[in-house]
Design a protein around this ligand. Structure first.
Ligand SMILES: Cc1ncc(COP(=O)(O)O)c(C=O)c1O
Length: 418
């Protein structure tokens, strides 16, 4: 009887979530993709152009990634078979780590099952020692941008810090970071500043140069310095002339770079790149690396191919197509009469609708016309800031973009949005 009561509570909780309009579980099930240069998703036998994918360069359908994955799977099997330190480390994992380290100009890198898992372990390990024998003092101050990704928030939560050891700086506000660092001089051994590179709700980016200037000033005032940790999951392979992401756009480096293999790089998994001291320590301490399977060898081979491809002419062409598509769609959306919820130079473009019912209706009507976009509504965003999030890819061709613009114009007019 008692567990029945628990299940009833769970049902009520799900009903509460549904009533609050933040339901996530009613997903579209994609059955496959058409075999075109600009692939369409197949859902219930119908074709859809996807305008809400993180596959910014279209690499997940690239023949070279698929071939690399197939060949490695033939050679090594479909799964890693064990965690890394038992018998789950493959040469391709290490090759990928070396390629990622080179790509970011760092000494070394480590691959995890996801960027979420990376953030959990990296943040916990840099904040705290793993055992009572650890030489790492836990007197670290952690300073996080107020709109950081959930995986960062949870990584900090794991460390279970007292409130005086955690601080939140105002979103994209270096002055606010400076005030916190100033206030805490002499109180802590070291400070960790943690931020998303690109913020995925609106496509804004953190200007790392501005943060770096402040960090350099305070580095000597904390005995173990001030470390800049950047999660650039949406920046890498999407942003910057060579796809180096927010570092490239803002002209400054992170000390610790967290990325995903599952967005612009077209594969799956997460990684951290940093200097040798940090990576050696993390290989000994990051729980989701040590006690959880890594990605399969085939996935690692696909990701390795993606990292290699970015620095070739093919990569440069894809990055250029992405930039051209972005310029075109932004200009045309403004011409049609839409407004953006924020200024973004990233392939994430948030169209401001400002009305919950109209935002949902627009998403639904676009779906009926064969286009998938994401609606982001109150209470996820403040009242009156409801938006349609559109994500542009290098795999969209001019026909896709023009069809999208024509349809969103017609739907926008029908709903009285423009
Ligand atoms: C900023 C940021 N960090 C981490 C993640 C998690 O990435 P992954 O899917 O590799 O776990 C995401 C994905 O949504 C993200 O946007």
């Amino acid at each position: 009887m008692s567990s029945k009561n628990f299940f009833k509570t769970l049902e009520k909780e799900v009903a509460r979530i549904d009533a609050a309009s933040v339901t996530k579980r009613k997903e579209h099930l994609i059955e496959g993709f058409t075999k075109e240069a600009s692939p369409k998703a197949i859902i219930n036998g119908k074709y859809y152009r996807i305008f809400n994918s993180n596959d910014y360069l279209g690499l997940r359908h690239h023949r070279k990634l698929k071939k690399a994955e197939h060949q490695m799977t033939e050679l090594c099997g479909t799964g890693p078979g064990a965690v890394r330190f038992i018998s789950g480390s493959f040469k391709v994992h290490r090759d990928l780590e070396k390629a990622l380290a080179d790509f970011h100009g760092q000494d070394d890198a480590m691959v995890f099952s996801s960027a979420f898992a990376t953030n959990l372990a990296v943040l916990f390990s840099l904040i705290k020692g793993q055992s009572k024998d650890s030489l790492l003092e836990s007197k670290a101050l952690v300073i996080s941008d107020e709109l950081n990704h959930r995986s960062i928030i949870d990584g900090i939560r794991l460390a279970n810090l007292p409130s005086d050891q955690k601080a939140i700086f105002k979103h994209l506000d270096p002055k606010s970071l400076e005030e916190i660092l100033e206030k805490n001089v002499k109180k802590f051994k070291r400070a960790l500043v943690i931020t998303d590179g690109v913020f995925s709700m609106l496509g804004e980016y953190q200007d790392l140069k501005k943060l770096r200037r402040i960090i350099s000033r305070y580095d000597k005032q904390y005995p173990e310095g001030v470390l800049l940790v950047v999660d650039d999951c949406h920046g890498v392979a999407a942003f910057g002339k060579t796809g180096r992401g927010t570092e490239e756009i803002s002209g400054a480096r992170a000390d610790v770079m967290v990325g995903t293999l599952g967005k612009g790089l077209g594969a799956d998994g997460g990684y951290v790149a940093a200097n040798q001291a940090i990576i050696d320590y993390l290989r000994e301490s990051a729980a989701t690396y040590i006690y959880s399977n890594s990605i399969s060898p085939g996935t690692a081979a696909a990701a390795l191919m993606a990292v290699q491809l970015i620095d070739t002419q093919t990569g440069a062409k894809l990055l250029k197509s992405l930039a051209d598509n972005l310029t075109f769609i932004k200009k045309e959306l403004l011409k049609i009469g839409f407004q953006f919820a924020a200024e973004s130079i990233h392939p994430i473009q948030a169209i401001l609708i400002g009305d919950t019912a109209k935002t949902k209706a627009l998403t639904q009507k676009m779906f009926e016309r064969g286009f998938i976009v994401t609606n982001i509504n109150y209470p996820v965003v403040p009242k009156g800031k409801d938006e349609i999030r559109v994500q542009i890819s290098a795999s969209h061709n001019k026909t896709d973009l023009k069809a999208f613009l024509q349809n969103i114009k017609e739907v926008g007019e029908e709903l009285g949005i423009i």
